[in-house]
Design a protein around this ligand. Sequence first.
Ligand code: ATP
Ligand code: MG
Ligand code: MG
Ligand code: MG
Length: 480
Amino acid sequence: TSNSAAAIRRDFVQYFVDRGHEHVKSSSLVPQNDPTLLFVNAGMVQFKDRFLHPRASSSGRLTSAVSVQKCMRAGGKHNDLTNVGYTPRHHTFFEMLGNFSFGGYFKETAIPLAWDYLTAHLQLPKDRLMITVYETDDESYAIWRDKIGVPESRIWRLGAADNYWSMGDGPGPCGPCTEIHFDLQNGLDARDPERYMEIWNVVFMQEQKVASSSGQLSLAPLETKCIDTGMGLERLARVLQGKASNFEIDSLASLTAATAAAASAASQASGQLATPPTAFLNIVADHVRAASFLIADGVIPSNLGRGYVLRRVIRRAAGVGLQMGLKKPFLADLVPVLLASTDPTFYPEIFARQTEICAILKQEEEVFSSALHSGVSMLNSEIDAAVQRKQAVLAPATVFRLHESHGFPIDLARIISTQRGVSFDEQAIEQMVVDNREMTRQRSRATGSAASLLTNANSKQETTQLKEAIVSCKALGLRS
Ligand code: ATP
Ligand code: MG
Ligand code: MG
Ligand code: MG
């Protein structure tokens, strides 16, 4: 239909091509020549150099572009992994629609363009859009109020946390932004931020963070002011399709439905009928899509960096599947469902590598299945006991033990116990892991074994992940 995610994707590109933008294909999810970034997390990443040196890199060509960029936010500055399933608007993998100007048009054109696309072209009701601007950006404020005619009550000035965008924590282009939010009219007060869903971010790339020789970051103006915009395709589709959650749009609903059907078949077979929790269906749909796109871009499961994120999403999906009664590998069966809603002209790689995607998913599920099976059942009996004792919080040591001796992912334990109504002391568990890591570090420094691996990990997060991975592999007998 005309509101399908596939139709919106094509329409967005056409709108900007009609206005002189060059259509640039999505880059790989794996950043090219950018070791500072785990995954491409926004449309601007592939254009980073053009923002920094517009003249040198464009050679007069390409002053404006439009793209639909594959994004992954499961690590680094922008990390939505633990949001997935629990907010109706976050995915790990999503598609970002964006138009860009490299030293061409700036605010006075970018703002009216975005407004025209939403309200004239797509005919979204103007009174359901809300605007935020950076607190000191009077220019943007004036454009919205005087040129576009948005009432002052619908323009909010916000600080850097919301309205100043950077790609990552390190050096790179950045700038203040203005954002368009959709009024969900969900019964909340008009001043409550939860009432709105952010749909489009229009960034005024005009500065960059530069590192001095001592590593200190400072701000410097860019050679030329640029425009970088990003709008989540899934969020826009949700608005246009009138759905309450991103996971209900056509391209994701087919995945949650297929997962629900598989879970219900499995639970029927075992005689225990249960309705799978929506969060679980969302997690599986998100993670199988993310894993497929990562594999198509050449990431393979491993114990480090990108490969470890891939491994982690596969294990989380398999783990919640198990909790829904899906005891056999099932993720590969969802790949045809994913393909059915994927546009081959935009993402030929998914079709070209479907055999490999299925094989890797199945292999990962099989490798971890016995550890997951025993971990999930041990966790469930610990939760049973806690419920019986009317304990609201699961003993931190229980989760820590499962994690240490069975390689059971802590976040999977959180997902399962939360669903069963028993919370756990995240901080205490984290502390146990940290203490234990320190102990391991000291011990391995003495033996020189895992120490080199640990120092190779280039961030605190990666160290945690690595630790988790080493432990789980030990538990599975994969590493000595
Ligand atoms: P939020 O505040 O909702 O987490 P954000 O401010 O982190 O979003 P930006 O970095 O501004 O998002 O990215 C630009 C656009 O990409 C957002 O306006 C939104 O439409 C979309 N987007 C961002 N993160 C996600 C996500 N995890 N899943 C789906 N869409 C996303
Ligand atoms: Mg965010
Ligand atoms: Mg935001
Ligand atoms: Mg934003």
